[in-house]
Design a protein around this ligand. Structure first.
Ligand code: UDP
Length: 329
């Protein structure tokens, strides 16, 4: 089969492209190379099944052309990373809202199934342990740009539902919980590549706030097959699924584990949020998924634990010169 992967040169998108090619599909990547990079797809430069279109998901003519020639669409193109969102709030909103609108319109017009990558960020400040798909989104005031990513992604989800309900679009939504792994770029704020890079350089690991915020990290190699299984599962259309790990860790503990696993002599330093993001920044204090629904649907069960994730990120960071790292998140 032939699939369109928007954002296919980004971190998750390039891993997805690699997986799709490996299991015998053809892939058309659409990417504007903003946070993604051509070098993320170098592994397949000789691969006849890969085609790359450089362009934006805001270009409806291009998106329509791409959608017309494929069997299914993975929509991953987005502005990502807390640094990107806080520094380029308006541009990020436009990409994340209008880009998805354009892709959904094209999927509808050409009657192609589509998977929309959403985010656990939509749960906002809902700190329930074991968030389920129908739990409330608890977002702070729209005056904080922190929540603009969640607002845009929540709107994307609603757009997909409305297309499914009113036009019969075969759309499925995956809410990804802190997907990480080798090749993720530290530049956009993601914590694991930052900590690993700091530890390997012997620099202090920068824990934001008091470090008691909790996350669950899931390896991209566990996430990517789940995305493919969801798009292929006709019973999943019109639904949303959490995709992540339930292994909880505080960011302070994460920093300690990165130091231990890399054998680094780095210290840990605490940095106030306002020094990084400006005044009034609000973090998500705890984000823990219940993945019972996706487990029941496709048998999803992550194989790699946090220590293995840190080891794989560190191994690649040691092996690859910095510019070769995959971008985006
Ligand atoms: N974080 C940190 N130091 C860093 C980068 C991030 O302490 O250098 C924290 C961040 O404030 C958040 C957590 O690590 O509480 C996860 O951040 P990330 O940007 O990876 O994902 P998020 O869960 O915020 O989407």
């Amino acid at each position: 089969m032939r699939f369109l992967v928007t954002g296919g040169a980004g971190f998750i998108g390039s891993h997805l492209t690699e997986y799709l090619l490996r299991i015998g599909n053809e892939v058309l990547v659409l990417d504007d190379l903003s946070t993604g990079a051509q070098r993320n797809l170098e592994f397949a430069s000789e691969e006849p099944g890969l085609q790359i279109a450089e362009g934006s998901v805001l270009d409806s003519e291009l998106v329509n052309r791409c959608a017309s020639g494929v069997d299914g669409i993975f929509h991953l193109a987005a502005a990502v990373g807390t640094f990107t969102i806080s520094q380029k709030t308006l541009e990020s909103l436009q990409t994340n809202i209008h880009g998805t609108e354009t892709v959904l319109d094209a999927a509808c017009r050409h009657q192609r199934p589509v998977l929309v990558a959403s985010t656990s960020e939509v749960y906002g400040r809902n700190t329930k342990i074991g968030l389920t798909e129908d739990d409330d989104l608890v977002l702070g005031t729209p005056l904080h740009s922190r929540w603009s990513y969640a607002e845009a992604k929540a709107l994307d989800e609603t757009l997909a539902y409305a297309h499914a309900a009113e036009h019969g679009l075969r759309a499925v939504i995956a809410r990804l919980f802190n997907t990480v792994g080798p090749g993720q770029n530290s530049r956009y704020g993601m914590v694991i590549p930052r900590f690993v890079e700091q530890a390997l350089a012997g620099e202090a690991l920068t824990v934001f706030g008091d470090g008691q915020q909790i996350r669950c990290f899931c390896h991209v190699h566990d996430v990517v097959p789940a995305l493919v299984a969801l798009l292929r599962d006709g019973r999943a259309y019109g639904q949303v699924f959490n995709v992540g790990s339930s292994e909880q860790v505080t960011i302070e503990e994460l920093a300690r584990r990165v130091i231990a696993i890399t054998g680094s002599s780095s210290d840990i330093t605490h940095v106030p949020y306002e020094d990084v993001f400006g005044p009034g920044y609000q973090d998500t204090l705890r984000r823990v998924p219940d993945c019972g629904k996706v487990r029941a649907q496709i048998g999803f069960s992550p194989e790699r634990n946090l220590d293995q994730i840190i080891e794989s990120v560190a191994a690649q960071a040691r092996a690859a010169p910095k510019p070769a790292l995959k971008s985006g998140g």
